[in-house]
Design a binder for this molecule. Sequence first.
Ligand code: NAD
Ligand code: MG
Length: 293
Amino acid sequence: MSTKKHDQFSMQNPLTQYPQPPFPAQGQPAPGLDAKMNPEPDHGEATYKGFGRLAGRRALITGADSGIGRAVAIAFAREGADIALNYLPVEQADAREVVKLIEAEGRRAVAIPGDLKDEQFCKSLVDQAHEQLGGLDILVNVAGKQVARKDVGQVSSEQFDATMKTNVYALFWLCQAAVPLMPAGATIINTASIQSYQPSATLLDYATTKAAIVAFTKALAKQVVERGIRVNAVAPGPIWTVLQPSGGQPAEKIPHFGEQVPMKRPGQPAECAPLYVLLASQESSYITGEVFG
Ligand code: NAD
Ligand code: MG
């Protein structure tokens, strides 16, 4: 089964625009590879059309190898931005494809793999991105860890700690390093979740981090507005990415992923990217401290 390609602008029924459940049963060890998903997600490779809304901007995107981060990287490159991409070293195969897609737009792609659970790495990531891109105008925090467990007793301290470090501490370390380097007009975009407000029973630790991201976003926005920096968050519903079949959901839920929402299907990464573009661009100049579901 392959994901139906569509024209980004022609009017059509959103219910049937993309694959609907049931999906084939599938699973991969975390963090997983996009290329092994069935159907393959749409990141806008064939469809996203840019209008120069981020011309000359320099962006650091975490989790840029796959899923939502890949769709954001493609969209930003087509809007004219140069991009530093972070991902885990084991995700090199996915990242290589993203680098090619960015370079195909004539934009710079600086690949900086590494583990965001490490404070020193987070600091050096921001410094390297800033140095190699010649500045830093946009920070997009997309990387995230999600491991489903049915019982609180099954959440080990190691898992709890790793989820907190990846989703919350890294956000703190990256923002702390980036803010002093950013000019007025710069933007930070964080990735929360529907789990921030409507937590699933199986996502105790993950949902807790996603609620924290909402508070962090609003507090930081109030603080850095004095510098002319805006901070917002995107809170996606169920999106068809490798996060889910690599331990993010119990295996039996994958064939029916997204079925319970009003659209009766999961969203595609390509359907998230335009919101990140809006929040990164000057078009959203009067929007800060907001979370977009
Ligand atoms: P994804 O697996 O494609 O992206 C997650 C990325 O996080 C990975 O590609 C990996 O590069 C990165 N990552 C994880 N641990 C890391 C670490 N220790 N160091 C560096 N990078 C690390 O899945 P996705 O669904 O596109 O996830 C992107 C974001 O969207 C996450 O923050 C996730 O919580 C959020 N989100 C996803 C959904 C969904 O349904 N897919 C819904 C709401 C929010
Ligand atoms: Mg990945």
